[in-house]
Design a protein. Structure first.
Length: 308
């Protein structure tokens, strides 16, 4: 069993990954509750944005020093803007075509978008060549453990996103309209809620969160691997499943726990080496357990009565 001093750096890294899972999950939950769409293309959109900005900067925009000098600074908001525009374009032009279809058709539409973007990336960028996109980083020590500024930013940002969006949904007129659409789309439309406009705002907001995630995420991975970035959304869905696509705070705490568990198993060696080898299965195991727990009681309606 590794000592606490050995585990601590991995736990901190797990908190940072958990924060990225939490922000991703928040974007998925808000969009789902507003539009009924599970954004399975979240990772592909972010990966496309990072690759476009990487090319726009003429290669790598990794900056070893803590400052970002000159015009290169525009690359960072560029990732956010491109992600938001791609998401908004799908939500405005293509998502309405599937509006009256069942959830499976909506999910297939997002998978189709993800595969389309993956195809574009495969054709546009040589996967054999390493690519990097790193946020300017500094390190400092906390209790003898090295912590990076990116890890701190990720944690603070995830918490700020959950608090901010929770307050926005509860206190603002737009948030109230989003909740009304989530409860009953047809009734909200009859009451004068501009459904199309509100849904477009939800798509754009989800895209903004996607951009921020993929602005920070490359600092935690070795290179811009298209497949890894595209399917980052899959482990992030575990926290959303635990929350049953409803609660932002449950999504946050579940995602943070999953990130910590993943990293907790990393330093094991010897007879427990298999734990490190299979640590990536943690989100999937959590998802399966959550589904089994949620569906532990089946309710059957017979002659108008619910029978368990």
């Amino acid at each position: 069993m590794p000592s606490l001093s050995t585990l601590l750096p991995f736990i901190i890294q797990g908190l940072a990954f958990g924060a990225m899972y939490a922000v991703t999950g928040t974007g998925i939950v808000v969009l789902y509750r507003t539009t009924g769409v599970v954004n399975l293309a979240f990772g592909a959109i972010g990966a496309m944005a990072t690759h476009l900005v990487w090319s726009f900067m003429g290669g790598s925009i990794a900056v070893p020093e803590p400052h970002v000098s000159g015009w290169k600074i525009i690359a960072y908001p560029g990732v956010v803007l491109v992600s938001a525009l791609i998401t908004l374009a799908y939500g405005w032009f293509l998502a309405p075509k599937l509006d009256r279809r069942d959830p499976l058709a909506k999910s297939l539409g997002m998978i189709a978008l993800a595969l389309f973007l993956m195809g574009l990336m495969k054709q546009g960028w040589d996967t054999s060549k390493p690519r990097s996109l790193h946020f300017p980083n500094q390190t400092f020590r906390v209790g003898g453990t090295v912590v990076t500024t990116t890890q701190v930013i990720a944690l603070v940002f995830a918490l700020a996103v959950v608090v901010g969006i929770s307050q926005f949904l509860q206190r603002s007129a737009t948030g109230t309209a989003m909740r009304a659409i989530a409860n009953n789309r047809e009734t909200a439309a009859l009451l004068g809620v501009p459904v199309r406009k509100i849904e477009a705002m939800a798509w754009f907001g989800s895209g903004l969160l996607c951009g921020f995630v993929f602005l920070l995420l490359p600092s935690f991975v070795k290179s811009l691997d298209q497949v890894t970035l595209t399917w980052f959304v899959i482990p992030a869905l575990a926290g959303v499943i635990v929350a049953r696509f409803q609660s932002l705070w449950t999504t946050f705490f579940a995602s943070m726990s999953i990130g910590i568990l993943e990293s907790f198993f990393t330093p094991f060696s010897g007879n427990l080496q298999f734990l490190a080898s299979y640590r990536r299965l943690v989100p999937m195991i959590v998802s399966v357990l959550a589904i089994l727990w949620i569906s532990r009681r089946r309710t059957v309606v017979l002659a108008g009565r619910e029978m368990s």
